[in-house]
Design a protein around this ligand. Structure first.
Ligand code: HGA
Length: 605
């Protein structure tokens, strides 16, 4: 979603700002822009095309300056047109970029109109610009601090004013913002990744912080308006741009990276130990009597899968809830419940808000399963388990999902052991199966040619049904989500037993029914569901384990998975569904890595 980059330096900073936007491009955006202080006033370039187009514009117009801010926008208020693209100006004196949503913008807009401010854009952001401008009396830092007191909602902002040519002021509440420290220059960004190559020293701002960057100094005030010290951390992990290599899209590359990502995520240790989840985990795990898992989208489906593992291996009651639902409903808090938040980026706005809500209700034991060590979520939780998927560029999550599953399986096994439900032999078996997963995944990836053959038929469909049972029901959900996200085919998933309670009415020759059929205790039941579809002329596409006796037949297409993988089977069965969605989307010619209307890191509500 939106990205922010800002800089104060003694050199022309435009190329640093544009490079920062390029690094944030993968998150998805619909317009972009940059503003610098040049010749005593803010000047800007904006584009509703890609950052490359913005770059051409700044070269053509020779936009240069030593102080600047830049933005990639994913529109929430107002269409993605140039007038709404950030930076937004106030009276040609102040420029602002903003991530987030201002909830009371209508009230503020009326108040500011009353003071004579003219609104040019439809954005909520413009109210922040005029509000700060109205409060400016020679000190931008003070004006921003005062303005934030009037804002309701979520924001990360970067602001500059023509009267302070070597100052950028930032503020955050509900959206991430980091300060990058240089020598005689300082930077601001919504993600440290944007500043790779410029600095590796960062200050991660906290909720309510307002900061002032000048050439030599960074000042931070906390939410109470008091000067605050924030730790400086060295973060060197950000390499150069991620290469596509021999792959056609990042999504395909990331699907094929799963054996490596999973191998990096599996703990080195030969035993399941609470310490894998951080200091204090042993004590926390002893005190809990249940789990509350909060997540969105694909991460929610990893949570749903984990519920089966947690209840079967660790015998611990587990509730899984969509973060944006949980935060707004009245729930009955159980302080003995471990709150588990799952997010690839660790910045998902709804999940962060749900975590805060849980904490405000008295939940003290919290655990983040996350792919980014420096993320807000990891910093907010008592415990954490980091997945090592590496950077995921494709908007449709693949390796982040399977590594989350590994993390959650390790959690289930660890709790199962602590609660006396798994024997030493069982523990050793689980460890062995985890370690064999990368090899098993390679065999699944080798099915790609067969899946390509299916995808050609799928690309001509407009609807699809996905069926699974038990542990594989969430995998069917994830398969349907993948297909709709990138191929724009309408897809729905059902627990196979629900078929006759409604969706069977949709089954015709035109409706492919994808079925995940591992050789588990539910196989015989699933076979009956398959027959129910066949009897109505439906076309079945079944991913069956090697030893299931489901054979190719009229209306029944079968791809055989290399081996049955017991409890870890969902991690293997989701991969052909990822490949099916990917190749179907390729056949339909969609923008696979940047599907329409979607963004990678969902940092607004
Ligand atoms: N509300 C602002 C910024 C949107 C945003 O943060 N998107 O991720 C706008 O619509 O311009």
């Amino acid at each position: 979603m939106c990205g922010i980059v800002g800089a104060v330096a003694q050199r022309n900073i435009v190329s640093v700002l544009i490079e920062g936007l390029r690094r944030l491009e993968y998150r998805g955006y619909d317009s972009c822009g940059v503003a610098v202080l040049a010749g005593g006033e803010p000047k800007r370039a904006r584009s509703v095309a890609r950052v490359a187009d913005l770059d051409e514009q700044v070269c053509e117009t020779r936009l240069e300056g030593v102080t600047g801010i830049a933005h990639t926008r994913w529109a929430t208020h107002g269409a993605p047109v140039t007038d709404n693209a950030h930076p937004i100006f106030s009276r040609n004196e102040l420029a602002i970029v903003h991530n987030g949503i201002i909830e009371n913008y209508e009230t503020l807009r009326e108040m500011l109109r009353g003071k004579g401010y003219e609104f040019i854009s439809q954005t909520d952001t413009e109210v922040i610009a005029h509000l700060i401008h109205s409060l400016y009396h020679g000190d931008l830092f003070a004006a921003v601090r005062e303005a934030t007191g009037h804002l309701h909602g979520a924001y990360a902002i970067a602001v500059l004013h023509k009267s302070q040519p070597h100052t950028v002021v930032g503020a955050r509440q509900g959206s991430p913002l980091v300060v990058g420290l240089g020598e005689g220059e300082n930077f601001l960004a919504s993600d440290a990744l944007a500043l790779a190559g410029s600095t590796d020293r960062f200050m991660f701002l906290e909720e309510g912080d307002v900061c002032e960057l000048t050439l030599e100094k960074v000042r931070v005030f906390d939410r109470d308006g008091k000067p605050a010290e924030r730790d400086v951390r060295q973060v060197a992990a950000y390499g150069g741009a991620v290469e596509l290599g021999p792959y056609r899209h990042f999504m395909q590359k990331e699907i094929f990276e799963q054996p490596r990502a999973i191998s990096d995520t599996i703990p080195q240790s030969d035993v399941f130990d609470a310490s894998l989840f951080g200091e204090g985990a042993a004590k926390a795990f002893e005190e809990i009597d249940s789990l509350l898992v909060l997540a969105c989208g694909t991460s929610y489906y990893s949570g749903l899968t984990a519920k089966y593992w947690l209840e079967s291996i660790a015998k611990i009651p587990t509730q899984v809830e969509i973060a944006s639902e949980y935060r707004y409903r009245d729930s009955v808090p159980n302080p003995k419940s471990l709150v588990v938040v799952i997010s690839q980026s660790g910045e998902t706005a709804d999940t962060i808000a749900a975590l805060k809500h849980a904490q405000s209700l008295g939940h003290t034991h919290t655990l983040a399963v996350c792919n980014v060590a420096t993320s807000a979520m990891v910093r907010m939780t008592e415990l954490s388990f980091l997945t090592h998927a590496g950077r995921e560029i494709g908007v449709a999550s693949t390796k982040a999902f399977t590594t989350q599953l590994v993390a959650l399986f390790v959690l289930a096994a660890t709790l199962g052991k602590l609660r006396g439900h798994i024997s030493a032999k069982q523990e050793a078996d689980y460890i062995r199966q985890l370690r064999h997963l990368p090899a098993a995944l390679n065999s699944v990836l080798a099915l790609e040619p067969q899946i390509i053959a299916w995808s050609e038929e799928f690309s001509r469909k407009e609807n699809a049904l996905f069926l699974g049972r038990g542990l594989h029901y969430p995998i069917a959900l994830e398969g349907a989500l993948k297909l709709k996200e990138i191929s724009y085919i309408h897809a729905e998933a059902y627990p196979a037993g629900e078929l006759k309670h409604g969706p069977l009415a949709l089954v015709t020759e035109a409706m492919p029914v994808v079925t995940v059929a591992p050789n588990d205790a539910l196989l015989e039941k699933l076979k009956s569901n398959i027959q129910e579809v066949r009897a109505r002329g439906g076309q079945l596409y079944v991913f069956a384990d090697a030893d299931t006796k489901i054979l190719n037949d009229e209306g029944l297409h079968v791809i055989r998975m290399p081996e049955h993988y017991g409890l870890l089977s969902p991690i293997l069965h989701v991969v052909p569904l990822q490949l099916l969605a990917y190749h179907t989307a390729c056949s339909r010619g969609t923008d696979v890595d940047k599907p329409r209307n979607l963004a990678k890191s969902v940092t607004v509500e």
